[in-house]
Design a protein around this ligand. Structure first.
Ligand code: 26V
Length: 822
């Protein structure tokens, strides 16, 4: 089946890419670059050889792209992000280059199945969730729309942890994605920069005591070494660079210690330096607070800026034109320390005065905010900052003085507002507010959906917005249709090509022509057959991994994302319990067979999130064993949700759960992936759901629950969850079953506290939204029962999601923020 589908993908755009040439090159690479003969090669060896063959072809384009940017003096975009959740790269590269089919044939002629070796490629899980995956989609879109870009981040030796589920509990294991080496990357030892920490600042006055110059004398120094990964755009148009920094000791072996026979002690510095780039912090919901995290932030910010300045200087000879030639983007506040760092480099190293440095800095930086959750907003204790980065602390005070001077001149701020604008939080322990720092140091601050941007103006940045009313703007998130349709859903891609032609491959808006076919019964049948195939693929995976047998004709209802209380997996689980109850009480009704899927990781220190995982597993166990609901309700928690699993689950969904408490999900991007693959959304008016509803039409989405203002209003006016629960028999019953141990007979009070939280405060409005959610689910059932209606709606979703392409998002960034041509 897969063969027939892919054999129609775009023809190779590269020369010498016929299967025969490729297979002989694969054999050559196997021999001379892996050092193996075909008879003894392992599947991993074939994977490495295949990647190397294609990588060689990418390099030509890479060099061309770089040269063109240089020759034409094009403005460059630098995307600074602590996370790039790029997943597997092989299929992406093959497919974007139009080589997928030839490579498949080439390998087949050598007795190797492409899909088998593709499954061995480890996921580069260098991110937590939405923010990191967005950075990966953006990198691909920037290459596609032909913007000269470097992504900058950290080459974590251990990315996101691997999740195992043991007796229903999450267990975190290290993910050693580099164990078999990484054939995609190029180590650039020559591209290394020193990074300092600690020490003190010396001030020097030159001439007649006029010009004061500051020199930071760090106590510790380590090296940042570049590793480059090529990023291939659609049809190989442009190849950009993802440059990830690894940390190294400047003197890896302490010779004195070594010569004294202390061979372990001699490696002390090395171990310490290398620990910096070891792990990705796996919490995206609350501020980590550890010193190592701040070290990581500074490490990659300074290495990237030194690299950028070196490139700029070597081409243009002066730092004064930096803002004309470079747009540096801060992905959240994680690289916000780049603001004082650029100031330091400009002033202390390149001799620019404060005013000009500040002007260049603001013109160069732009910042995206990705969350309004107060507990996720970064701030660092002043004493820690001062100890680690004493010169930066001075510069932050100087910036603060400048900003507060502007505040005074504006004459429209109360003392309270001034306190909120300050870069230093003064109540309690003194802290540096990284959001405020990123804001004042940037000419553009954007939110990631229309709703979130408005809320930014009204909440966390209300005062700064009043001071600088032109800075906040919206850039609604998007997803790359290459990975999230063409690669992950070859069946739907083929059907669309047969129906409306190939234009949508280059412009996903062209999918709109599918709208005309929603009323065509034979098209709907073919569409349903594709969906069915994707559901079978997922069912096979579940059977193989979990030993659970699923019926692909049931509705596949999926919630996959990080586990967080505001995302309300609990609402979904409680509704499942209520439904379970209903089915048992009224077996005579015509229930819609459903499989409820959950997947996602909890931050290791997030107690309630881990408990919610256990609850999902406990409930699943009871439901799946109960013969009275057999065939009608199943529940599955799929362990270790990651990009590769998403690629299988998105195309297999009928129903997409996007049910966060209104006002709390900045955008969501999973919502877009599901809809593009023909799932209907059940969701709140939160994040980008609002704009999705506008695009797909009110009739093609299931909206329920409180709106943002209503949530706020309830919270402010003495919301009484207990009264709400008592008034809803279904909810009361479900909650009491969970609280009293129906699903945890081995530990009946396991969920008592969790459920008590709903009675006591219910901050996330699970109870308030329950009835509305349950009613929406019954509407879903009704539509499902009219399958012509269901698939027509699903087709409308696919047809109308083009606007959510990250190509559109990136073009908006290019025009409205970066000032680069597209
Ligand atoms: C915060 C922290 C705090 C320190 C420890 C590590 C860490 C890592 C990440 C974060 C912030 C996470 C914010 C985030 O992921 N926001 C998500 O961004 C998506 C892309 O814009 C958006 O679709 C999601 O709605 C939003 O939750």
């Amino acid at each position: 089946m897969t063969r027939a589908m892919t054999s129609e993908l775009p023809q190779p755009i590269l020369e010498n890419s016929d299967p025969e040439t490729l297979s002989s090159e694969i054999l050559k690479a196997l021999k001379y670059r892996v050092g193996k003969d075909a008879t003894v090669a392992t599947p991993h060896d074939w994977l490495t050889a295949s990647i190397k063959v294609v990588r060689d072809r990418i390099i030509d384009h890479w060099v061309e792209s770089t040269k063109e940017t240089y020759d034409l003096k094009e403005k460059r975009v630098y995307y600074l992000s602590l996370e790039f959740l790029i997943g597997r790269l092989m299929r992406d590269a093959f497919s974007n280059l139009g080589l997928l089919d030839s490579m498949r044939q080439a390998l087949e002629s050598l007795g190797v199945e492409l899909d088998v070796i593709a499954g061995l490629e480890p996921d580069a899980a260098l991110g937590n969730g939405g923010l990191g995956r967005l950075a990966a989609c953006f990198m691909e879109s920037m290459a596609t729309v032909d913007i000269p870009t470097h992504g900058y981040g950290i080459r974590y030796a251990n990315g996101m942890f691997r999740q195992e589920i043991s007796d229903g509990w999450q267990v975190e294991l290290p993910e050693n994605w580099l164990d078999h080496g990484n054939p995609w990357e190029f180590e650039r030892r020559e591209r290394s920069f020193e990074v300092g920490f600690g020490g003190h600042v010396e001030s020097m006055t030159s001439g007649q005591g006029q010009l004061e110059r500051h020199v930071w004398k760090p106590l510790e120094r380590i090296l940042a070494v570049a590793y480059d990964t090529p990023v291939v755009g659609w049809r190989g148009k442009r190849v950009n660079t993802l440059r990830l920094w690894s940390s190294m000791a400047i003197d890896p072996i302490l010779l004195d210690a070594f010569n004294a026979g202390d061979h372990i002690g001699a490696l002390r510095e090395s171990n310490k330096a290398e620990s910096l780039a070891r792990v990705l912090y796996p919490a995206d919901s609350h501020q980590a607070g550890q010193e190592l995290r701040l070290r990581q932030e500074y490490f990659f910010s300074t290495a990237s800026l030194q690299d950028i300045l070196q490139r700029h200087l070597s081409q243009f000879g002066t730092v004064e034109t930096l803002a004309d030639q470079a747009a540096i983007h801060l992905n959240d506040t994680h690289p916000a320390v780049a603001v004082p760092e650029l100031m330091r480099l400009l002033m202390d190293v390149h001799g620019v005065d404060f005013d000009q440095a500040w002007d260049i800095t603001k013109k160069t930086f732009a910042y995206t905010n990705h969350t309004l959750l107060p507990e996720a907003l970064e701030s660092w204790p002043v004493p820690l900052f001062e100890r680690l980065l004493p010169r930066h602390m001075q510069i932050i005070y100087a910036i603060n003085a400048q900003v507060l001077q502007e505040v005074r001149l504006a004459k429209k701020f109360t003392d309270e507002q001034v306190r909120r604008i300050s870069l230093i939080q003064e109540d309690g322990d003194r802290r540096v507010r990284m959001g405020n720092l990123a804001f004042v140091g940037s000419h553009s601050i954007n939110g990631v959906s229309a709703l979130h941007t408005e809320l930014m103006k009204e909440t966390i940045f209300a005062d700064l917005h009043k001071l600088y009313p032109d800075r906040i703007n919206n850039k609604t998130n998007g997803i790359t249709p290459r990975r999230w349709l063409i690669q992950c859903n070859p069946g739907l891609t083929r059907l669309a090509r047969e129906t409306i032609g190939d234009k949508f491959l280059d412009d996903v808006n062209e999918l709109k022509h599918l709208d005309d076919f929603a009323g065509d019964a034979s098209f709907r049948e073919r569409f349903a057959a594709v969906k069915r195939g994707n559901k079978e693929r997922l069912s096979n995976l579940v059977a193989a991994r979990l030993g659970i047998k699923l019926d692909p004709s049931a509705m596949f209802d999926i919630q996959i994302k990080r586990i967080h209380e505001y995302k309300r997996q609990l609402l979904n689980i409680v509704e499942a319990v209520a439904l379970y109850d209903q089915i048992r009480s009224h077996p005579e009704r015509d229930w819609v067979p459903r499989v409820k899927f959950f997947g996602g990781k909890a931050a290791p220190s997030y107690h309630n999130a881990k408990l919610i995982i256990k609850l999902a597993n406990d409930v699943a166990k009871v439901i799946n064993r109960d013969p009275s609901v057999r065939g009608l309700l199943k529940m599955v928690f799929i362990p270790n949700y990651n990009v590769s699993l998403a690629e299988i689950m998105m195309p297999a969904a009928d129903l997409s759960e996007q049910i966060s408490t209104a006002g709390m999900e900045a955008s969501g991007t999973g919502n877009m992936k599901f809809a593009l693959n023909g799932a209907l959304t059940i969701g709140t008016l939160d994040g980008a759901n609002v704009e999705m509803k506008e695009c797909v039409g009110d009739d093609n989405i299931f909206i329920f629950g409180l709106k943002t203002e209503e949530v706020a209003e309830r919270r402010n006016n003495g919301y009484d969850p207990k009264a709400v629960i008592d008034a809803s028999p279904e909810l009361s019953q479900a909650l009491s079953a969970i609280a009293t141990g129906v699903f945890s007979p081995d530990d009946p009070t396991r969920y008592a506290e969790l459920i008590d939280g709903l009675y006591q405060h219910d901050w996330f409005m699970v109870a308030a939204d329950f009835d509305s959610y349950a009613a929406a689910q019954r509407d879903v059932d009704k539509v499902w029962q009219d399958s012509a209606d269901w698939y027509a709606k699903a087709i409308h979703n696919v047809a109308r999601m083009g606007w959510f392409s990250s190509d559109r998002t990136i073009r908006q960034y290019a025009k409205e923020i970066w000032n680069v041509p597209v």
